[in-house]
Design a protein around this ligand. Sequence first.
Ligand SMILES: Nc1nc2c(c(=O)[nH]1)N[C@H]1C(S)=C(S)[C@@H](COP(=O)(O)O)O[C@H]1N2
Ligand SMILES: [Mo]
Length: 310
Amino acid sequence: MRDKIDTRILPSEITSREHYTDRRRFMQMAAGVSAAGLLPESLWAADKLPATANQAYLLDEEKTPYKDVTGYNNFYEFGTSKDDPARHAHTLKTRPWTVTVEGEVHKPKTFAIEELLKLAAMEERVYRLRCVEAWSMVIPWLGYPLSELIKQVEPTGNAKFVEFITLQDPMQMPGQRSAVLEWPYNEGLRMDEAMHPLTLLTFGLYGEMLPNQNGAPIRIVIPWKYGFKSAKSIVKIRFTEHQPVSAWMKAGPSEYGFYSNVNPEVDHRRWSQAKERRIGDFFKRPTLPFNGYADQVAGLYSGMDLQKYF
Ligand SMILES: Nc1nc2c(c(=O)[nH]1)N[C@H]1C(S)=C(S)[C@@H](COP(=O)(O)O)O[C@H]1N2
Ligand SMILES: [Mo]
């Protein structure tokens, strides 16, 4: 991989899955080096996360290389350029970490991240991620259905929506010192969307714990919706009777709706959503309704005018 050990190497420089094993070996070496205080912890702390591949979600599409998945990100808490999160997210402290589940539930509870990691069987699922900016990736996520957590807290009859809230701490998240969005970042789902088996409570990717820039230590992934619905670094999950107003809806109500289902027929106010560029490709490809998951989720929206509920 390298002809000499470069202690400044970033995870984002490592290319594909094959290199990933090399990286592992390198990390082990690096761990030794860091004992001497030469390496920042963030370079070697990425822990493996054992999981079982879920055969139902093995996409027959090339996975986006690790270096792009972890080097080309949207995480405005660390800046608005695609390379900002990989460069700046090391200031995020992911231990100790708790997630408070509150609102319309019979059993509200604050979970330690360690508890959440073992709440259900960890699966690997390869999902497409389609950004509202018309690029896409294919990512092997590690997690389990959000429904597993929801069952534990027993929603009341009033629970119609679920809201996800990201950490707010400008000391750790320097992007929050500027008002690009209303902080903390929040997103929401209707209850049936949250309970859908595709909705993944996510802890890792490519066999390891989430890198900070991808939303460590816990995020949500909703593969049939635009990427911004997939809130990162979650500290609160709130069950509500009324539809939450997300950070993006506040920022641009005419451009970002609550549903934000991937839909090639409903353009963003400023650009078409008919096509997308898969990161690494030169040519664009057509965008699929519900990002290719229509068979599984279209039924959630039967009878709804998707031009109106965008
Ligand atoms: N807290 C928070 N979550 C966020 C964002 C963000 O800026 N802040 N960006 C969203 C957007 S626009 C996308 S496309 C995905 C990107 O996830 P990835 O960087 O892991 O590919 O994260 C989403 N989650
Ligand atoms: Mo996005």
